[in-house]
Ligand binder design. Structure first.
Ligand code: CP
Ligand code: NVA
Length: 344
């Protein structure tokens, strides 16, 4: 078992060779680079726990654009910058010129004159790609319709912390698999050499181009990729069971009826967790609809006759199998790693 370093210098960080890089999707980095970011997050997390965190980003400023709402990603960028001696300015569509009055290209040219890095959360991937093309400073994707790469660093760190064999993770994602989380879990596992099972009804499978790229990455890494509509093909033996909301941000409320029709058999409940295995863990990027204490959770329960949760039951969510809050904490440590690796 490797030991966590007791100190970290700027030279150690620069030796990773990631200075100035963008992080727009998992495929921007090699397996070695992604693994080195997770190692860096482990070191930064440990140093912070021991009150020995060095600051590499003093005087640096991050522009964080949130065209969609966020709790975890937003606070993780903010706290990571603060811990590292830097600061964050938040911009959104309603209080800035972004989107309606100014193009991503012009926004990038302005922000990179004033800031050291730019984070973007919004709809289309092509917006964050355009920001990166016109920016002189690193650009990070804080979630688009297509990809959620910073979430992947946290998910892989969390699985590594809990796995029996952290060199080859075995996990299954059930739910809307053609959305950001399904795409990202498929590609990240393919790059990292994992045993990845994507279980969803066929209309909600990742796009066939995404599956083709995953298969190419798997051929290089030794990953095993399963995409099936049958839980029996992916759940048994999966050490980690992932799911996500069935209707994502930016999708119309009217989508719920068709999504529920397709996904009801894929709810993560106790029967499904038992099929996975006794010690299997539950993961969710959050927020989750697991009870009626949110407006959406209550509306869905009433309108579609759900008696216990939507994509996950309260029994599973409240059980000791749930490691989604470790995952949430790890958003901050892993986002800090990407900031430090690219800016220090
Ligand atoms: N998991 C995640 O991205 O959470 P937020 O939407 O709260 O940022
Ligand atoms: N698929 C979800 C993820 C939220 C973090 C969404 O895009 O709303």
């Amino acid at each position: 078992m490797s030991t966590v370093p007791h100190e970290l210098t700027r030279d150690d960080v620069r030796a990773l060779g990631l200075t100035g890089r963008d992080f727009l999707r998992e495929l921007d980095f090699t397996q070695e680079e992604l693994a080195s970011l997770i190692d860096l997050a482990i070191t930064l997390k440990s140093l912070r726990a021991h009150k020995n965190e060095p600051q590499f980003l003093s005087g640096m400023n991050l522009a964080a654009i949130f065209e969609k709402t966020s709790t975890r990603t937003r606070i993780s960028f903010d706290v990571a910058m603060k811990n590292q001696g830097g600061s964050t300015s938040f911009l959104d569509a309603s209080s800035s010129q972004i989107g309606h009055k100014e193009s991503p290209a012009d926004t990038a040219r302005v922000l990179s004159r004033i800031f050291d890095a730019i984070e973007y959360r919004g709809s289309e991937q092509k917006i964050v790609t355009e920001l990166a093309e016109y920016s002189d400073v690193p650009v990070y994707n804080g979630l688009t319709d297509e990809w959620h790469p910073t979430q992947m660093l946290a998910d892989f760190l969390t699985m590594r912390e809990h796995a029996r064999d952290s060199d080859r993770l075995t996990y299954c994602y059930l739910g809307d698999a053609r959305s950001n989380m399904g795409n990202s879990l498929l590609i990240m596992g393919a790059i990292m050499g994992s045993d990845v099972r994507i279980i969803a009804p066929e209309p909600l499978w990742p796009d066939k181009d995404v599956i083709a790229v995953a298969n190419q990455a798997a051929a290089r890494s030794g990953a095993t990729i399963t995409v099936s509509d049958n839980p029996q093909d992916g759940v048994p033996g999966a050490e980690f069971i992932h799911t996500d909301v069935w209707v994502s941000m930016g999708e119309a409320k009217e989508r719920w009826a068709e999504r529920i029709e397709l996904l009801r058999p894929y709810q993560v409940n106790q029967d499904l967790m038992s099929m996975a295995g006794e010690d299997s863990k539950f993961m969710h990027c959050l927020p989750a609809y697991h009870d009626t204490r949110t407006q959406v959770g209550a509306d869905i329960a009433r309108d579609f006759n759900f008696t216990d949760g939507v994509e996950v039951t309260s029994g599973v969510f409240d059980s000791k199998a749930n490691i989604a809050f470790d995952q949430a904490e790890n958003r901050m440590h892993t986002i800090k790693a990407i900031l430090v690796a690219t800016l220090a």
